[in-house]
Each structure stands twice: as C-alpha cells, then as structure tokens.
Design a protein around this ligand. Structure first.
Ligand code: SF4
Ligand code: SF4
Length: 551
C-alpha cells in the first residue's frame, strides 16, 4: 500500500506540472491565474446544466419491457432452448480493432462445461448465479481472489440484497421475499416452512394511506423546503449522492415481472425457493428454469399512486475492493452497495410514508436507473453504459424512490465525461469479453445494434450484455474491470479536476488516460495482463492485509 501512495503522490505531482501549463494557458485567456486546480477546472471545463434530457431520444423510442432484461430473460424457458447470439460475433466489424471476441476462451461455453455449442442465456446466468450466491464454489476457486475466503466476503456483502431486498433485486415488479423459518410468537417455536413477506423494495403504501385518512399528511411550507428536507434525510439514512428527477414515463419498464420460484429441500431438511432447478444443477449441472410472472406496468394498481418525482440515490462502491477487479473481492464492493440500496431506499420510503406521502423504494427494478440519475443531475452516461459521477466516477450503484411528494427536480449536469469517453476507451480495452463498443462517437442505436436486453433509439455506446454475462459465468462473480480502470474512478478531487481539464485541452487529453497506466494507478488495462500478471493477486493480498483505508 505504501508503494501505491508514493506512486499516487508522484503521479499527482507530475500531472500537476503538466496541468499547470494547461491551466495557465486557459487562465491567461481570462486575464487571471488561480493556483487552485479546482477553480481552474471550472474555467476550462465548466459544469453545464441543461433543462432537457441531454442525450438524443428518437421518436421511435419505446419503454424497455421488464421481461427483456437479461437477468429476467434467464428465467424464461424459451431462452434455454437456443444458444446465445452475440450482437457482433466479429467485433472488428464495429470497432475497427482486431477481433478478439469470437473465440475468447473466457467467454467460451466449453470453459464453463458446455461442449460443442454456445451456452444459452439461462445456462450462463444460472452458472454465474450459483457461484455468485455461494451455492457452489467458483470454477476458479484455486486462484487468489476466487477462494472460499474471498467468496464468503462477497456473499456476506450481497446478503441483504439476496435475502431481504426481494425478488425485484434483479427484476422489475411488485415483490416479496421468502422469510426463512420465523419464530411463531405464540409458541416460540421455529416454523417448519418458510413464509413470504414484503421485501425492502416493497410497494406497500398502507402506512401513507393510514396517515392521510387520519388527516396527518405533513404539510411542508414550500416545495423548496420539502426538497431540502428529503435530501437531508436521504443523506442521513445513508446515500452518498442524492438528486431528484421529474417522473419520466420513458424510463419505467414497459412491463413488470419477476421470476417464478420452486421450493427445494436442502440436505439439512430446510426449504429454499429457487428460480432454477437446484437439484438438477447440483447433481449434474443441468439448467432448468421455471418462467416469469408478468405484470402490467400500472402504478395506481400496484403502488396506489402515480409518481410525480423520483429521488435518485447513489452509493459509492469500495475503492480498495474495486482495485482487485475482476476478482470476487470486487463483487464484495458491489454487493455491499446493492445491499445498502435496499436498506436506504426502504428507510427513505418509510420516511415519506410516515409523512403521509406515497413512495416506492427500488433498486434496479421498476425502471432504468441510469437515465433517471442523469436526469437527476448525478452524472453522465459513460461509454461503459454506466452513470459516471463527478466524485466517484462510475464506482457507484443507484437506487431510486418514486413519490407523489412535490419536490423540485435537479437539472442534468455535464462536466466533460461524454467528450472524454470519445477518446479514452479504456473500459472497452479492459473488457475481458469485448462487450463495450470502441466506436468513437455515441450514436442513436438502432434495433440491429442492440441485444435483447438493450433498448434502441437512444444515443449511447453499445454494451453487449451477453458477452459480459458469459465472462461472469466463467469468472464466478461480477467483473467490474470497466469501472475499475476508468479515469474518473479515483479517490480525492484533484484527478477529477485534471480529467475535466483533459477533456478540453488537447495536450493533456491523451496523457490523462496514459498516466494511469504508466503508474499502475488502476492496474493493467489489457484484460489478459490484468488477470495473468499477478496484479489481481497482489491487490487481493493488499486488500486482506491492509487495515488502513485508502481514503
Ligand atoms: S463487467 Fe464490464 S469489463 Fe467486465 S465483462 Fe462486463 S462489460 Fe466487460
Ligand atoms: S473508462 Fe474512459 S471511455 Fe470508459 S467510461 Fe471511463 S472515461 Fe469513459
């Protein structure tokens, strides 16, 4: 760790020299010089606010059906009949770069135990989930970063998401969870079978109705006051960033659904509910799924209200765990944020319901988080398809709370990410599955550019969920390399200012990306090198041995 600090300090000092020259040039134009990089950054690359959604949405745009989301499609038996088709088998057709995709061993079905054909969506997803939730140890269990020790931390970090957020955690509709063996309050005996309860992402607004019917709806003095109080509450309850978007029907899924589950007896006699056939998978790794329950996307019917605004909450993911990407320790950083999403958005919804306002707490379910967060002013949509924030880069997860409370929406803000993404491409280079487009410009994607999990007719870069998830099946957990290597993924503020300047100053643009690599700041970008050079092992060992947080 000491080495990293030194490297980082050196990098900072080196860049400061380069940047000072760029800043001076910009500052001279303004006939002033301010030695503070942050202020200079505001001169060179000011944060811009817009009143409209900042990216083109074609008139042909339609809401993404919930049952087309990758993790829900895995539960559709039809998706288990045909092998996966990547959008571009030959990635060079769209990237102009040498194709490394078609036969990448790490997204090859044989690597995950399927011979002679490509895996199906259901197969890759079930193989991934069975490792991800600790049901079986990862295929890579002998490697540092994928051992039972590493997996245990990840499963612990994900545990609230897996057990309490509800079936909406990867889905998109009204949900409950299976509560295992509650104590009968009358007899103090453990129940013999699990029962269904509301999860943290529940849509139960009876408390709000009770308050209203008793004339107890809290009246704020103004929408401005309500806005400040809601943001204050969200921060106290645990969100790292808070913004407000006006409710925009385009981002709500076209339908809502959740996986059908079946009960399975564990060897200890207890029952678990699974979305895939646990017995068949454990006995001979055969994949069988049970289908989806579909709901119409009807707010009034299921939640009792029509939302006016969406409170977008961003949660920082642990920097030290992300340095180990794509190890399972990275998954622990992700899982902790996912678990926090359920807890904090539930608390915020409870706050609103206690005041007599309707609220729906939500993670990745219900509607698309990235455009909502962009609309709420939390950041920009990067090449990797994720929200890139000014403070944490893409190293965040997003939850949202839909409400009928009158609060004042924030405006979308840009601070140079999209311009920088045109040149940077680091996430695309780092992707072990070649899932992220190398095309220079974001563009309005057409249906033929998109996989079934990707919604066409908005301006963005293509990200192939099939390729990504195929790597996850091999990897045994999520990956996060595209987040970890991003130049905006830093701790401290200085680098963000530099990145902002770099988007505008040709001299620095290329260096801003390369300095990270030269100094090993976020590890090797080349995926093979990242996995095989010993970098991940070192970072995982660092992670476990260092008790001092980096930030
Ligand atoms: S998580 Fe990112 S880097 Fe990893 S396979 Fe998916 S798209 Fe590629
Ligand atoms: S790594 Fe580069 S191209 Fe990818 S999201 Fe970050 S800034 Fe954009």
């Amino acid at each position: 760790m000491g080495n990293n600090f030194n490297r980082r300090s050196f990098l900072k000092a080196s860049l400061m020299g380069t940047v000072a020259a760029a800043v001076a040039t910009a500052a001279v134009a303004k006939e002033t010089f301010n030695p503070l990089v942050a202020e200079a950054a505001n001169i060179v690359a000011p944060v811009k606010e817009t009143s409209e959604f900042p990216y083109t949405v074609d008139p042909k745009y339609q809401r993404l059906p919930g049952n087309k989301i990758y993790y829900l499609r895995m539960c559709d038996p039809e998706e288990n009949k045909t092998p996966i088709q990547f959008v571009h088998d030959d990635v060079s057709a769209t990237t102009g770069k040498k194709d490394t995709g078609k036969d990448l061993p790490r997204i090859n079905a044989e690597t995950i135990g399927i011979k002679g054909r490509r895996a199906t969506v259901s197969e890759t997803s079930v193989i991934y989930f069975a490792q991800h939730d600790g049901t079986v140890l990862p295929l890579r269990q002998k490697e540092v970063g994928w051992r039972q020790l590493d997996v245990a931390l990840s499963v612990a970090a994900w545990s609230v998401e897996l057990w309490y957020n509800g079936f909406t955690c990867v889905g998109s509709g009204p949900a409950g969870i299976i509560q295992h063996y509650p104590i009968n309050p009358e007899t103090n005996e453990m129940a013999k079978e699990p029962v269904v309860f509301q999860g943290l992402f529940n849509w139960d607004n009876t408390m709000a109705e009770d308050k209203r019917s008793q004339g107890m709806q809290w009246k704020f003095n103004s929408a401005e006051e309500a806005t400040k109080i809601v943001k204050k509450a969200a921060r106290l309850l645990g969100a790292d960033l808070v913004g407000i978007a006006p409710y925009d029907d385009r981002w709500t899924y076209g339908n809502w659904c959740r996986p059908k589950t079946m009960p399975f007896k564990l060897p200890n006699g207890r029952t678990v509910y699974m979305a895939y056939n646990l017995d068949k998978y454990l006995k001979n790794r055969e994949v069988e799924v049970f289908g989806l329950s579909n709901f119409e996307a009807d707010w009034v019917k299921y939640a009792g209200f029509q939302p006016k605004n969406v409170i977008a909450l961003a949660f920082e993911m642990d920097y030290e765990s992300y340095r180990t990407a794509p190890s399972i320790i990275e998954g622990a950083g992700t899982g902790k944020a996912y678990s926090n999403m359920g807890e904090v958005s539930f608390k915020l919804a409870t706050f609103l319901r206690e005041l007599g306002y309707y609220a729906v707490s939500s993670g990745n379910d219900t509607g698309m988080s990235v455009p909502i967060a962009v609309q709420a002013g939390l950041g920009e949509a990067g090449r990797n398809g994720m929200l890139v924030t000014q403070k944490y880069g893409p190293r965040v997860r997003i939850a949202k709370v839909y409400t009928d409370l009158d609060i004042i929406p924030d405006k979308p803000r840009s601070f140079g990410v999209r311009e920088f993404c045109r040149l940077c491409m680091k996430c695309a280079d780092a992707c072990p599955a070649q899932a992220i487009s190398h095309e220079k410009e974001a563009r309005v994607l057409q249906p033929e550019d998109c996989g079934t999990s990707e919604n066409p007719y908005t301006s963005k870069w293509h990200v192939d969920a099939h390729r990504c998830n195929s790597f996850w099946a091999y990897n045994g957990g999520s990956c996060g390399s595209c987040i970890s290597v991003c130049s905006w993924n830093k701790i401290g503020q200085w680098n963000h200012d530099i990145a902002r300047i770099a988007t505008q100053v040709p001299l620095v643009q290329d260096a801003a990306r390369k300095f990270d690599e030269w100094f090993g700041y976020n590890g090797p970008v080349n995926p093979e090198e990242r996995i095989e050079s010993g970098y991940v092992t070192n970072m995982v060992n660092d992670f476990w041995s260092d008790t001092e947080p980096t930030k």
